[in-house]
Design a protein around this ligand. Structure first.
Ligand SMILES: *[C@@H]1O[C@H](CO)[C@@H](O)[C@H](O)[C@H]1NC(C)=O
Ligand SMILES: *[C@@H]1O[C@H](CO)[C@@H](O)[C@H](O)[C@H]1NC(C)=O
Ligand SMILES: *[C@@H]1O[C@H](CO)[C@@H](O)[C@H](O)[C@H]1NC(C)=O
Ligand SMILES: *[C@@H]1O[C@H](CO)[C@@H](O)[C@H](O)[C@H]1NC(C)=O
Ligand SMILES: *[C@@H]1O[C@H](CO)[C@@H](O)[C@H](O)[C@H]1NC(C)=O
Ligand SMILES: *[C@@H]1O[C@H](CO)[C@@H](O)[C@H](O)[C@H]1NC(C)=O
Ligand SMILES: *[C@@H]1O[C@H](CO)[C@@H](O)[C@H](O)[C@H]1NC(C)=O
Ligand SMILES: [Cu+2]
Length: 827
């Protein structure tokens, strides 16, 4: 952060004086050792503080206008407000220049690479091909009715691994690009969903359309919800809402539909059996302007179900109405009649309540609150003093001996391919696959809601990078495209950012009498924010200099609330909490749920021929420990306790799923059997789940097959091209007959010296509290891939670092740079 002369000078001085002190004092007392170190730290801190403030001032003005910045600066008007004296006069006068920058991207197009997500052009081509070949029926390409056949989703169908490896590593032919397309075939005699492989893309004349499913295999009623259906459902309910007008006005502060109220339909699943389409709905206030995804913190105790199978919406009807959990009333008239009678328990929100919702600041700043001290100043920032150290070629990224391709699609989310470090393949694919949420609440409409978010699409249309919020302004941004089924058009979105992050901490350090050294922890980040209705997820892939790779998922956004009934007969005592969560605002409770993130981790430790070992972390008697390796009968006399810790190595022979358990701890390692490091040990990579939750529902729960990926933290299977994902987007809508769930893959195949895939599931429990309103603030879960006897030594010593060792005049620093202001060029 400091410019060169200051850095070198202060550092040398303080270091040498520190050493002198240390050396002398260590013989007498260790107290001063600490004290002197503190002095040193303090000195560096002060220099850093001044330097940091100065750079902060430059950066603050520089980002607006570099030239005027200098004028303002020399007039001493750097600080806007605040109580301290920010005198910039201690800084030397110098020309302030914007940091050199370069575009990390070259001219490579997405279309010319094998793993890039489909582009808008390619999606348009796919749509044209399917139109020409009569796969879709929508006249002007805009579906208006469920009786039409139209494209629901499309995304890249990655090449077969075998073909990709041959191309990438053995000069093989370049695999063509293909789309995987889901078509909702409402126009068929027996409507269904079909999936197709369309391509190769690039020349529409040569492209073929190959079915990936059989007609009828995917029941029409197992499909995800789409705009056409929701429009039809809203239309159907208009009449019922009219009939309920006076009940609604009386109960809900004179509200009317649809001006003040909306209907929320996503209280899945739509039935417990394949073929059922029973859509539960619940009424909610339009509180926060017209943004419905925020309004699910304003749901009301009026719900029902629409029987809506098939394509003929004239045959749909509503049933099972509930009012304040009282029901079911078969029809809307039954409810109205009951309400007019006197037996039903009623709710009457106070007059004017709706206006308080409108005025609530929700996610806006509350200007009535005083500003925190210095909060009007920009916070600390990082920037690139000499431009990016990564490069982007199409969607291939390179940084510090790492390389990989970014890919993914709108349903399953982001994916990385061909991840290499120092010339070795570490993983062939590392991909988000699904997110499962299971809710519990005491509500007629919302009990037992289960979402498998890939069913809705993880990289959907709302996701766009908020520059300087999601990622630093110097991040490079990559577009991906998504297919919008309602308009049958493809759109681009700025969905991925790539940047080097300054961890502002030591990756490693050591300090002793005659050695001081360390390396700053900088890492490359690929970040993908995703929006699924009310929730925002942020996926991070972080590449470390020592070969570690972190994958994280964070949650933010709005919780899905449930009506708080102040006279709830099932709550006890003060009624502010019940068996399913706490009251979190005026009339809402926060239903408990979990977020379980399922990842595909196709490790290739050097190549695809790997094995999987579990290292059991145990404790017991000395003899037990020794007997794991040799036939010993007597405890050797040098053991000072009778008990010890030890490890037991197990090669897993057949496909299996594992759960983390602190009483029986395990390390999971993918190894390459016949490749050893310098010390003769099998080279491997460890998979470290960083999860704070596990599935707790019993096996008999009807959803546990569809959700079987949530039962394990690490599952190992033999890789198969047709076992592409750990879940199916249809299974939660056919949970009695799921067809694409993880347990199906566990069929006892050998996984010794095979191409193996790890399916990693991590997550957290969410007991919403008042701090979740209006916004859930970043809960996090993830996993780490870590070199495990993969290298002969720590893998960072080819990098410039800071070190000084006494006696051999070895002094080294991380690269230096000239002071500059952060560049405001965006790539
Ligand atoms: C179509 O395929 C044929 C043979 O497979 C090839 O000769 C021709 O160049 C292709 N056409 C285009 C437009 O790529
Ligand atoms: C839709 O259902 C209505 C009511 O049952 C029926 O009259 C109509 O013929 C159906 N339409 C089609 C296309 O089947
Ligand atoms: C990326 O997407 C945005 C829209 O979100 C668009 O304006 C921009 O042109 C796209 N950039 C490229 C290089 O396609
Ligand atoms: C252990 O020792 C016993 C008797 O000393 C012998 O029978 C047995 O085969 C040995 N087992 C192993 C694994 O060496
Ligand atoms: C170890 O076990 C032996 C035999 O049970 C016992 O005599 C001895 O006290 C134990 N030693 C310790 C350190 O607990
Ligand atoms: C995989 O590795 C094992 C052990 O090194 C070897 O015996 C086997 O032939 C290899 N398999 C393939 C397909 O290369
Ligand atoms: C799994 O396969 C092994 C042999 O590879 C066999 O011994 C075992 O019985 C099989 N287990 C099941 C459940 O099929
Ligand atoms: Cu949550």
């Amino acid at each position: 952060m400091f410019d060169n002369p200051v850095f070198d000078e202060s550092d040398n001085n303080s270091n040498s004086s520190r050493k002198k002190h240390v050396k002398r004092e260590k013989q007498t007392t260790s107290k001063c050792f600490t004290f002197c170190s503190h002095l040193f730290v303090l000195l560096v801190f002060v220099v850093g503080l001044v330097g940091g403030i100065l750079i902060g001032i430059y950066a603050y003005h520089g980002s607006k206008d570099t030239t005027s910045c200098q004028n303002e600066y020399s007039q001493g008007t750097g600080a806007k407000t605040g109580t301290d004296n920010l005198t910039p006069t201690t800084a030397p006068q110098r020309n302030i220049v914007q940091c050199p920058n370069r575009n990390p991207k070259d001219d490579t197009t997405y279309e010319s690479t094998v793993f890039a997500p489909l582009t808008v052009n390619e999606m348009k081509m796919v749509s044209d091909i399917l139109w020409q070949k009569n796969y879709i029926t929508t006249v002007d390409r805009t579906p208006r009715s469920l009786k039409e056949s139209f494209i629901l989703y499309m995304y890249l169908l990655p090449p077969r691994k075998e073909d990709a490896i041959r191309y990438l590593y053995h000069n093989g032919m370049k695999p063509g690009r293909y789309a995987r397309v889901h078509i909702q075939r409402g126009a068929e005699q027996v409507p269904d969903i079909m999936e197709y492989k369309v391509g190769p893309l690039g020349s529409s004349s040569n492209a073929t359309v190959i079915p990936l499913t059989r007609p009828g295999e995917i029941h029409f009623n197992s499909r995800p919800y789409d705009g056409v259906e929701v429009t039809a459902l809203n239309h159907l309910l208009e009449c019922d809402m009219k009939a309920l007008e006076s009940l609604i006005r009386e109960s809900f502060d004179d509200a009317t539909f649809p001006d003040d109220l909306f209907i929320f339909f996503f209280n899945g699943p739509p039935g417990l059996k394949e073929g059922e389409r029973e859509t539960r709905f619940v009424l909610g206030f339009k509180g926060f302007r017209t943004i419905q995804d925020a309004d699910i913190i304003n749901l009301l105790p009026l719900s029902g179900t629409v029987h809506n199978p098939g394509t003929n919406s004239s045959e749909w009807y509503t049933h099972s109405y509930y009012y304040l959990n009282q029901g079911p009333y078969l029809t809307v008239s039954d409810l109205v009649a009951e309400y007019k009678g006197s037996t039903i328990r009623k709710v009457k929100l106070p007059a004017g309540y709706r206006n308080t919702l409108r005025k609530k600041p929700f996610s806006e700043r509350d200007h009535s609150l005083p500003l925190r001290e210095y909060a009007d100043r920009p916070g600390a920032r990082a920037y690139m003093p000499q431009g990016p150290r990564f490069s982007i070629s199409g969607t291939k990224i390179k940084w510090m001996d790492w390389s990989f391709h970014i890919s993914g699609g709108q349903l399953k989310g982001p994916a990385l391919f061909d991840i290499r470090f120092k010339g070795n393949r570490i993983a062939y694919e590392l991909a988000v696959n699904d997110i499962a949420l299971e809710y519990a609440t005491d509500s007629s409409a919302q009990n037992g809601i289960i979402y498998m978010d890939a069913t809705y699409g993880i990289m959907g249309g709302d996701a766009t990078i908020l520059r300087d919020i999601d990622c630093p302004s110097y991040a490079a941004v990559l577009n991906t495209s998504y297919w919008h089924s309602f308009s049958q058009k493809a759109f681009d979105m700025k969905s991925i950012c790539v940047f080097e992050e300054d961890g502002q901490e030591a990756l490693w350090r050591h300090f002793s009498t005659n050695f001081a050294g360390g390396m700053r922890n900088r890492h490359l980040v690929v970040r993908v924010p995703a929006v699924i209705g009310n929730y925002d997820y942020i996926f991070d892939f972080k590449f470390y200099i020592d070969g570690k790779l972190y994958t994280n998922a964070k949650a933010s956004g709005y919780i899905q609330a449930s009506f708080w009934d102040e006279h709830n007969p099932h709550a006890s005592g003060d009624k502010t909490r019940d068996a399913f969560g706490y009251r979190v605002s005026d009339y809402q409770t926060g239903p408990i749920h979990d977020h379980m993130f399922g990842f595909k981790v196709d490790m290739d430790v050097i190549d695809s021929n790997n094995s999987f070992e579990v290292v059991h972390w145990k404790a017991g008697d000395i003899l037990d420990a020794l007997r794991t390796q040799s036939n010993i009968t007597q405890v050797p006399p040098y053991f000072i306790y009778n008990q010890t810790r030890y490890v037991e190595y197990e090669t897993i022979r057949t496909e299996a799923g594992f759960r983390m358990n602190y009483d029986n701890q395990k390390l999971f390692v993918v190894v390459k059997e016949n490749m050893r490091n310098k010390w003769g040990v099998k080279r491997g990579y460890q998979i470290v789940p960083l999860s704070t939750a596990a599935q707790s529902l019993p096996e008999v729960h009807p959803a546990m097959k569809a959700l079987s990926f949530t039962k394990y933290h690490v599952t190992i299977t033999k890789r198969k091209e047709e076992e592409q994902y750990l879940s199916s987007i249809y299974d939660i809508n056919r949970m009695d007959n799921p067809k694409g769930y993880l347990d199906l893959m566990l069929d006892n195949e050998s996984i010794v010296n095979e191409d193996v895939v790890n399916w990693v599931t991590v997550g957290f429990l969410h007991v919403p509290t008042s701090e979740d309103l209006p916004m859930t603030v970043r809960v996090e879960s993830g996993f780490m891939l870590k070199p495990f006897n993969f290298f002969d030594t720590t893998a960072t010593f080819d990098m410039p670092q800071y070190s000084e060792s006494q006696g051999n005049n070895n002094v080294e620093y991380e690269p230096s740079f000239d002071s500059c202001v952060e560049s405001n060029i965006e790539y």
